[in-house]
Design a protein around this ligand. Structure first.
Ligand code: BEZ
Length: 257
């Protein structure tokens, strides 16, 4: 099973293109302006970094995964991409805005992340983000943890790699750092997975790495299939599985003084 840093970036582009597809809409909250200096935090393979660059803002993509950065550079050689950890990045040149789509739920120490963002912004700078919110993929998480505990005896909830806060929790963290929260929005976004009845198996293979540490590929396949059987009656609609995504979209500003 791959770890986060070993994701197959090509597969990510092919099977999980919805991640950046949905994220395009978030750029309307960012409203990038020509000449602005913007960080795309957790840029993946760079699709949204590219979209932002079309506004003639100067944008830089950052991701913790070397594989994602390699792929982003291949796809968009004219843009700048760097490896970096959202928990502890710095910049010599402060940003006008920090943007992040579908990445912050991988960063388990949100206070460190928000602190890094705060320090990297100019006074008046914006922080615009969307990521998994409280209850995100809960049906899948419950089923997977049930299967792991029943079959292997491990305490699966201790392996949960994600951070899905409520609006209140995340706004509080932002406000404690000094941000003013301008807009915050929680919404359900059932998300259609590729590969029909095998959709959950593929999704878990990409995203569930930490849960499967120490198991063989055959064991993982079996655990995924069993999880899939449990969630199917809840998530199958028409001709596909719709994962129970719930999003938090937020805009905050670092005050001028
Ligand atoms: C999400 O985008 O909500 C997500 C992606 C991977 C794992 C969990 C959640």
């Amino acid at each position: 099973m791959k770890s986060l840093n070993q994701w197959q970036a090509e597969e990510y582009d092919n099977k999980l293109a919805f991640v950046s597809g949905y994220g395009k809409n978030l750029i309307s909250w960012l409203q990038p302006q020509k000449g602005e200096y913007i960080l795309d935090l957790g840029c993946g393979t760079g699709d949204l970094t590219y979209e932002i660059s079309l506004t003639e803002a100067e944008v830089i993509g950052m991701d913790a995964s070397p594989d994602m950065i390699r792929r982003a550079r291949e796809k968009f050689p004219e843009l700048k991409f760097v490896e970096g950890d959202g928990h502890q990045f710095e910049t010599n040149r402060p940003y006008d805005a920090v943007f992040s789509n579908a990445a912050l739920h991988w960063m388990r120490s949100p206070r460190l992340v928000v602190d890094s963002i705060w320090k990297s912004l100019k006074p008046g700078g914006r922080f615009v983000a969307e990521f998994g919110s409280k209850g995100n993929v809960q049906i899948i998480v419950n089923a997977l943890e049930e299967v792991l505990e029943r079959n292997t005896g491990i305490r699966a909830s201790e392996r949960n790699p994600w951070y899905f806060p409520s609006i209140g929790e995340y706004s509080n963290i932002l406000e404690q750092s000094g941000f003013v929260v301008r807009q915050a929005y929680h919404y359900d976004r059932p998300t259609r997975l590729e590969d029909g009845e095998q959709g959950i198996v593929g999704w878990l293979a990409h995203f569930g790495g930490d849960y499967f540490a120490g198991f063989s590929p055959d064991e993982i396949q079996q655990l995924c299939q069993e999880t899939s059987r449990i969630v199917m009656p809840h998530l199958w609609k028409d001709d596909a599985i719709y994962a129970d995504y719930k999003r938090l979209r937020i805009e905050a500003v670092k005050p001028e003084n």
